[in-house]
Design a protein around this ligand. Sequence first.
Ligand code: C2E
Ligand code: MG
Ligand code: MG
Ligand code: MG
Length: 291
Amino acid sequence: HAKKLGGNNFQFFTHKLNEMAHERFALEAELRHALEHGEFVLHYQPKVDLATGHFTSMEALIRWQHPQRGLIMPEHFIQIAEESGLLHQISKWIIPTVCRQIRQWQQQGLGQVSAAVNLSASFFQHRDFEETIEASLLETGIPPESLELELTEATIMSDPQRVLGSMAAMKALGLQLSIDDFGTGYSSLSYLKKLPVDKLKIDQSFIRNIARDNDNAAVVRAVISIGRSMQLRVIAEGVENASQLAWLQAEGSEEAQGYYFSRPVPVQKMTALLREKANFLHNPRGRVQAR
Ligand code: C2E
Ligand code: MG
Ligand code: MG
Ligand code: MG
């Protein structure tokens, strides 16, 4: 194209931008269609208790089951959904869906199952948010502590006063709160003390080469010790192999989540894992490779 335009870079770039805007517009329309036609699905990934090898808590992660293009991961659509305002509608679908799923598992006698949802900054700050949570709890009647909210440091820091208020309201309802991707943001320790959180999720970037990278190891040790002194549970994300697991057990991380135990799996597979009381420490067959 550049050649055809006789090296007119400006024209070339505006053309490129138009193309991108067009693609973006098309994607937004497709996302809207996806929401209306029920193309979003939630997969669930276990959070393994390192004391027992069992799990009853898990994280809900969204995927787009596209009729032609197959399963699309959130990195390809979450940001555009957020920027176009559609994540708001999507979140209003996710929360009741997860609550209904929790109720179903609990009613099937699969234990005090709990699940976490990831929340975007804009939805957390919107007034619809508290209503959606309250309505979903009321409708399903699940114990509020069965629902966990994951917020990133960036979300918290985007509007600390406001977010702190909503967090307190959620805590008053009885929900569990975690800080996701912990260690990647800029929350100060004095601020952390004011937050009504239950759990710190150590970001997977620190776990990746924990046995060889002294800096990452130092960060993880520090988070575990902060957790201990502030009475917060600590969970490591992105555990992919036995040596990472051994390191975390030795350092005293309470929970872990990652492909080593199980990939995020569809509802049916998760139901089977709950039913067989999969033990991820003592029974290597408990590990799940399927998506
Ligand atoms: P996150 O909340 O930090 O989720 C963890 C991500 O790490 C998930 O990616 C999960 O599949 C992946 N993961 C888990 N174990 C391992 C591992 O051992 N190794 C590696 N390399 N990755 C692992 P996923 O599902 O693609 O989600 C990416 C991000 O998209 C999430 O990060 C979250 O920020 C966002 N997201 C996902 N679902 C939702 C949602 O329902 N709502 C919102 N607002 N954001 C969501
Ligand atoms: Mg998360
Ligand atoms: Mg995370
Ligand atoms: Mg993340």
